[in-house]
Design a protein around this ligand. Structure first.
Ligand SMILES: *[C@@H]1O[C@H](CO)[C@@H](O)[C@H](O)[C@H]1NC(C)=O
Ligand SMILES: *[C@@H]1O[C@H](CO)[C@@H](O)[C@H](O)[C@H]1NC(C)=O
Ligand SMILES: *[C@@H]1O[C@H](CO)[C@@H](O)[C@H](O)[C@H]1NC(C)=O
Ligand SMILES: *[C@@H]1O[C@H](CO)[C@@H](O)[C@H](O)[C@H]1NC(C)=O
Ligand SMILES: *[C@@H]1O[C@H](CO)[C@@H](O)[C@H](O)[C@H]1NC(C)=O
Ligand SMILES: *[C@@H]1O[C@H](CO)[C@@H](O)[C@H](O)[C@H]1NC(C)=O
Length: 716
């Protein structure tokens, strides 16, 4: 018996050794790419040494390598910076993936000065004319690299009454005599215009200072070099490959430029001729690389070395090699093994300036974001690292508390700066904790928004909202989305009796209800708690259950709640047999036949801060979140997104943000023409304070009619 077990164990070990396949992480959330459909299946055969696993972004793949869900993957230098922050520093860089063989780095950025400007020390740059490539070309530079030169040479002021962005611009404006920095300085076009009007000397050298745009002759990689050699600037910031070409060191540049009139200015203040760039690089961007778990690094190196000489068109038994090669890199690239595998830190440190460029942040501002589950906290920390690498400021910092209410309180007490709030908590956040919303998650697909409906059973005699008078109602909580929708919609349709506050009016409208969170000690509202039967912690599912089991006549819940508790989606005993078709919703217009009609729709998440936050600080939060949504949201143009902020995290859905969110909108744009009517955020903002004036009129009218009746009878 024993030896059989030993034999079986040994057999398993041997067969596992034989079958070892290294898991390569492929960035493909949808599994619709060529890799997923064509190349990964080529790794299926039993002679293959690799197999695919999928991540939804490069940093998701990095996390999977760290968590032993993958063995290796292809990463950018920026991803490796994030890897440095990862707790288990358990990664090895095994290969470099080069586009040009023998180039040490993907690109190097240099400073060129005009000899006749007599600049021999960094401090002499003050008062000179500066040619900068400008902004708006994310594909060739990260913002960190674009801003590195000024971050190094310009003393940075940190006036708290100015935004971080304006502080940097103001510093450069007073340091240089003039510059050409074309293209958008900030995301918001209006703010951009304002800043450009305020600091015109930073556009003065441009061909068209008035527009100072990406269309300018002196914008872009070679634009800054023309700005220098056309005689406008004393100093330019540019890429070595472009400089070599522009100054005729390699062929292809303009003919009238003489390299003898210019020097490189090194970051220690020394000068070097243009044909001797050695040791004068300010910042070099490392090539992409293959990063592996340390434990798998040797094996990965062996497997990748097997690919040498593999043709990308062969279709023989070594199909897996072809497949893996095509997954690793386009055929025009070179995969070079490192002499010895190194930790990411050593790999990055070889590139001059790259590490220090990535550890620079100005003015030390931090944006404290409150999270209330550990998954949210972990995702927030990844977002923070990604944002930092791509130059988003202020730097995020993530705080973990244990409920939404604790987070609201933390922002209220200035222990956190920002929290993402679901619409269920919007009013409580505003009224009880003094918060205000800056941005709203938005998707163009209506079903992805929070849609609140008045749900009744299909066989109910109730046909319209008016029919609800005197009926029993189920809510998720006081001032939650269901409650707010009823207040706003019923008020606008004049369905509520003329009493105040609104809870008294709704209390008179319905015969009984469950409104958890309503003040229990107000005796006139006792009927509003009668359906709760002492249970004060309700959620949407409870409110739906309340009509499903026949306690109430109507539930004010989202369509998502109906869907997730019917047709077998919830197997708890009360829901297991419910059919979606057993329910319907009441439309605003009772003649409507819209199956999914709704009372109100709301953005699923809003970015909230303390209402007393200054305009400048609130602007920083706004900008940081907008920027992150551009870099890490679905509108990102590159193919392999570095991080997916609106996407499942670690297999969990809707962590921190909603998975279907496409972008952030501000308040005004939620009600743009073409957007659906009855946005709850707008309805609540324009809801009038409950007032008894109308009840006074009603009473007066009644009194007058009594007088009239008496008068009438007296006349008779
Ligand atoms: C895969 O393994 C099976 C049995 O383990 C073997 O019969 C078959 O020939 C192998 N296929 C290849 C392509 O090696
Ligand atoms: C640079 O130095 C030379 C020689 O000292 C001088 O003639 C020239 O005016 C200086 N140029 C500038 C821009 O200061
Ligand atoms: C730049 O900042 C300083 C200090 O905050 C301020 O006094 C000055 O007005 C700013 N410059 C402009 C052009 O606004
Ligand atoms: C960015 O880089 C790509 C590829 O190297 C190049 O085609 C493109 O022109 C560059 N953009 C600018 C503005 O130089
Ligand atoms: C509830 O109502 C009672 C009586 O009106 C009042 O004294 C109390 O402050 C209220 N509680 C809350 C939490 O609003
Ligand atoms: C309900 O579903 C879950 C997962 O879908 C399953 O694990 C569980 O056993 C089910 N419970 C019952 C009572 O069927």
């Amino acid at each position: 018996m024993l030896w059989i077990t030993i034999f079986l164990v040994a057999l398993t070990v041997v067969s596992q050794l034989h079958a070892v396949k290294y898991r390569i992480c492929v960035v493909d959330a949808e599994r619709k790419s060529r890799e997923a459909l064509k190349y990964c299946p080529m790794l299926k055969g039993n002679e293959s040494k690799a197999e695919c696993v999928f991540g939804n972004s490069r940093l998701d793949c990095l996390r999977m390598v760290a968590d032993d869900e993958a063995d290796f993957g292809v990463f950018n230098a920026e991803d490796l910076v994030v890897a440095l922050n990862y707790k288990t520093n358990d990664f090895s860089v095994t290969h470099e993936i080069q586009f040009f063989e023998k180039e040490k780095y993907e690109y190097e950025v240099m400073t060129v000065v005009r000899k006749s400007s007599n600049i021999t020390r960094l401090s002499q740059l003050r008062g000179k004319n500066f040619c900068h490539p400008g902004f708006g070309d994310d594909s060739n530079w990260t913002e960190i690299i674009l801003k590195f030169f000024e971050a190094r040479v310009v003393p940075q002021q940190c006036d708290p009454s100015l935004s971080l962005e304006e502080n940097a611009i103001n510093s450069s404006s007073s340091f240089f005599n003039a510059a050409c920095k074309a293209g958008p300085w900030v995301l918001d076009p209006k703010y951009d215009e304002e800043l450009k009007a305020k600091y015109p000397n930073l556009c003065k050298l441009c061909d068209s200072p008035q527009s100072c745009s990406t269309m300018d002759k002196y914008w872009g990689r070679v634009g800054s070099l023309y700005c220098l050699t056309d005689g406008l600037g004393d100093v330019a910031w540019g890429r070595l490959d472009d400089i070599n070409q522009h100054f005729g060191i390699t062929p292809g540049g303009p003919s009238n430029v003489s390299p003898d009139d210019y020097n490189f200015l090194c970051d220690d203040g020394s000068l070097a001729p243009l044909d001797k760039p050695q040791d004068c690089t300010w910042v070099a961007h490392p090539w992409q690389s293959i990063l592996a778990r340390r434990k798998s690094a040797e094996g990965v190196q062996k497997v990748v070395s097997l690919l040498k000489g593999t043709s990308t068109t062969s279709s023989t038994a070594s199909a897996w090699k072809t497949g893996l090669q095509l997954i690793l890199h386009p055929s025009s690239h070179y995969v070079l093994p490192l002499d010895t595998v190194v930790v990411p830190e050593d790999y990055l440190s070889k590139a001059p300036g790259f590490r220090s460029a990535n550890s620079m942040h100005r003015c030390g501002n931090v944006l404290r974001m409150c999270t209330h589950t550990s998954a949210e906290h972990t995702k927030c920390n990844w977002l923070k690292r990604a944002a930092q690498v791509y130059g988003v400021e202020p730097v995020l910092s993530c705080i973990l508390l244990h409920s939404m209410e604790n987070c609201l309180m933390a922002v209220h007490n200035n222990l956190a700066d920002v929290v993402v709030v679901t619409p269920e908590w919007m009013t409580i956040a505003q009224r009880k904790y003094d918060l205000k919303s800056l941005l709203y998650e938005f998707s163009r697909t209506p079903a992805n928004m929070v849609n609140v409906a008045a749900v009744v059973k299909s066989d109910s005699p109730i046909k319209s909202l008016t029919d609800l008078r005197g009926k029993k109602a189920c809510f998720s909580q006081f001032e939650g989305i269901g409650w707010n929708s009823v207040v706003a919609v019923f008020q606008s349709k004049s369905l509520l009796p003329a009493v105040c506050p609104y809870e008294a009016a709704i209390g008179q409208f319905f015969s009984e209800a469950c409104v958890p969170g309503l003040n229990e000690s107000v005796s006139s509202l006792k009927n509003m708690l009668s359906l709760c039967e002492g249970n004060t912690h309700f959620d949407e599912a409870d409110a739906f259950k309340c009509i499903a089991i026949g306690k109430g006549d109507v539930a004010f819940v989202t369509w998502k709640t109906v869907i997730s508790n019917t047709d077998g989606a919830n197997n708890e005993s009360w829901a297991a047999t419910l059919k979606f078709g057993d329910f319907r919703s009441l439309c605003m217009d009772s003649n409507s036949d819209d199956k999914y009609c709704y009372l109100s729709w709301a953005s699923p998440g809003q970015v909230m801060v303390h209402s007393s936050l200054t305009e400048v600080r609130a602007g920083e939060v706004y900008t940081a979140f907008k920027k992150m949504s551009v870099l890490f949201g679905p509108s990102y143009k590159g193919s392999r997104v570095s991080f997916n902020m609106f996407g499942p995290f670690n297999g969990q859905k809707n962590v921190l943000f909603n998975d279907f969110t496409e972008q952030f909108e501000d308040f005004e744009s939620l009600s743009y023409a073409g957007r659906r009517p009855r946005n709850l955020q707008h309805m609540m903002a324009s809801l009038k304070k409950c007032s008894v004036v109308s009840s006074g009129i009603a009473w007066t009218a009644k009194w007058l009619s009594i007088v009239a009746v008496i008068f009438h009878s007296v006349l008779i």
